[in-house]
Design a protein around this ligand. Structure first.
Ligand code: PXL
Length: 280
């Protein structure tokens, strides 16, 4: 197996399972060396907790990048998630477009869900995310993020024509491949639609009518691992959707665990699923 080293730029939420504390174990389990660019440190994530601390690291990012350049570090891909501040987004875009990055940029916008922005984000943040999303080889928005990026009203149940308009709009931005998440053709189904301008393909599975935090990060991390290991974008999305579903099923009966999903017990089987999808 070819060695793959990537950079993931996201916050560190010290407690709660999201961002880097999810990306690192998942990507490691898929055999991918993952360097990190922590853009902010929070005591917890922002969903379901109040009074959390938030230290933005935007001022540190350019110097980190300069040091990497001076020692000759580079990456096979850059994967971005929740960043935190407009200046973080700009610094991450500079890195993704510099010679530090030899491969694709994969962007999970990670700024909202269920029709709303996550606490602390505003339209300026959304505007700052547009240039990053525009340079993505693969963009992984949920429906909420797609609507904010396009500046259109959020409709939780878009029809096919509306979905097509969203996909076209995101492509017109500049992103090359879209995985639009949170789409199902009935209330009991959810999944994603893949679109690259010439091919459109949907995948869906049973929808669990309870929302869990951090599932977008689980999805994105499995997607990145699967895609960089050689799956097509659609098949990497399918691996990610199935694994995320399994994590939710594995958590649903635990009332003491509302802040994330129990993905750890399922990691041991993930690489096997990737190998099977690769036909190995
Ligand atoms: O899972 C996305 C995410 C990441 N990081 C922080 C968050 C959220 C979603 O709310 O608050 C800090």
């Amino acid at each position: 197996m070819k060695h793959i080293r990537i950079l993931s730029a996201q916050d560190i939420s010290c407690f709660g399972q999201c961002s880097l504390t999810v990306a690192l174990p998942i990507l490691s389990s898929l055999g991918i060396e993952t360097s990190i660019l922590p853009t902010a440190i929070l005591s917890t994530h922002t969903s379901g907790f109040s009074g959390f601390t938030f230290r933005d690291l935007k001022d540190d990012l350019p110097a980190i990048a300069e040091h990497w350049k001076s020692v000759g570090v580079d990456f096979d891909a850059v994967y971005t998630g929740y960043l935190g501040h407009e200046k973080d987004v700009n610094a991450v875009l500079d890195i993704a477009l510099s010679h530090l990055n030899k491969g694709p940029l994969i962007v999970d916008p990670a700024f909202g869900d269920q029709g709303k922005l996550y606490g602390g984000f505003d339209m300026d943040y959304v505007a700052s995310m547009r240039p990053l999303c525009a340079r993505a080889e693969v963009l992984l928005p949920n429906l909420t993020e797609a609507c904010f990026l396009l500046g259109i009203p959020f409709n939780p149940n878009p029809n096919e024509k509306e979905i097509d308009a969203i996909l076209q709009g995101l492509l017109a931005f500049g992103a090359k491949n879209i995985i639009l998440k949170g789409i199902g053709d009935s209330p009991s189904k959810t999944g994603f639609v893949f679109y690259n301008g010439s091919e459109k393909k949907a995948y869906q599975h049973q929808r669990i009518l309870k929302d869990f935090h951090g599932t977008g990060d689980v999805f994105a991390s499995v997607f990145v691992g699967g895609y960089l290991r050689g799956l097509s974008i659609f098949d990497a999305g399918r691996l990610a959707a199935d694994f995320t579903f399994d994590c939710i099923v594995n958590t649903i009966d635990d009332p003491a665990h509302p802040y994330g999903v129990h993905f750890e017990p399922l990691l041991y089987g993930l690489e096997g699923k990737l190998r099977a999808a690769l036909g190995e």
